[in-house]
Design a protein around this ligand. Structure first.
Ligand SMILES: [Zn+2]
Length: 279
């Protein structure tokens, strides 16, 4: 089994080319995936099969789609002040499902930031005051079904956030989450908050994406395996650019991040070549 878990950021709109706009990149990448005939599978289903008795039935090569930070552009079109109307990630993924004649259900996993205060400060500091991090769409998206909402921490230890849930106020480094108390605030409290927001949808979070892809041995070996009944996280995703295989650690599953792991259709094509090799 080789799964390429791909990560995009819908707020990455700095132009209208592949390299400057993740909406253009996602649509282009999906057309290439269709031409190759590689299945795009829901991340939650893959985790369930991989952790359970159905692991042998997983396809030899697959793609899973994720996006981070949970901006509104994941869900709805956005009139960008200089780059025009941006098609939502939801619509791009739904189009792929239609053209592939498969269900779109759960085809995109959106990892969102829980803290309302952190989201407001990120909007002010990073998005010119546009309320892009508003949570009003989470439950609606979850009910519609194309997007599964999952956990991307309490406050991302984001540099724009005045007081972060890290005991020494170290920002921009999720590997600094190395005590039970900080981990509980960043991961379990975040899961509780998001699950409350989704309480009418029948979905509860069970996946985590490390902010900045930063991991440490405490989180991987102690916190995540040690108190599953508290945080309910079944698997966690980092951003080492590699395939998810039988040998991966459930709390350090690799992901390819658009703009870091590849920057052009040619580079993306080479990732797909590697996914399909040695079938
Ligand atoms: Zn992030």
């Amino acid at each position: 089994m080789k799964v390429a878990v791909l990560a995009y950021h819908s707020q990455n709109v700095n132009g209208s080319t592949y390299a400057t706009n993740d909406h253009v990149a996602l649509a282009t990448d999906l057309s290439l995936i269709r031409r190759r005939g590689i299945p795009v599978l829901p991340l939650g289903d893959l985790v369930a099969a991989w952790l359970g008795p159905a692991r042998d039935q997983l396809p030899p090569a697959a793609v899973a789609l994720t996006c981070d930070d949970g901006t509104l552009l994941d869900w709805e079109p956005f009139d960008h002040p200089t780059e025009g109307t941006q098609t939502s990630f939801r619509e791009i993924v739904a189009t792929h499902a239609r053209e592939s004649a498969v269900s779109a259900k759960g085809m995109l996993t959106s990892f969102v930031i829980a803290s309302p205060d952190a989201r407001r400060e990120i909007d002010t500091g990073c998005y010119a005051g546009y309320p892009l991090s508003d949570e009003r769409w989470w439950a609606e998206a979850q009910r519609e079904g194309t997007i599964d909402i999952e956990n991307h921490s309490w406050d991302h230890v984001h540099a724009c956030v005045s007081v972060v849930a890290q005991s020494e106020q170290r920002k921009g480094d999720f590997a600094a989450i190395s005590t039970w108390q900080d981990a509980d605030l960043q991961i379990r409290r975040s899961a509780d908050y998001i699950d409350r927001a989704l309480s009418t949808t029948g979905h509860a979070t069970s996946l985590f994406a490390y902010p900045y892809g930063h991991v440490n041995r405490f989180l991987i070996d102690e916190y995540f395996p040690g108190c599953m009944s508290q945080h309910r996280v079944r698997a966690a995703f980092a951003d080492r650019p590699a395939f998810w295989t039988e040998e991966s650690h459930r709390y350090e599953i690799p992901r390819f991040v658009c703009g870091l792991a590849w920057r052009s259709p040619e580079e993306f094509s080479r990732i797909l070549d590697r996914a399909s090799a040695d079938r």
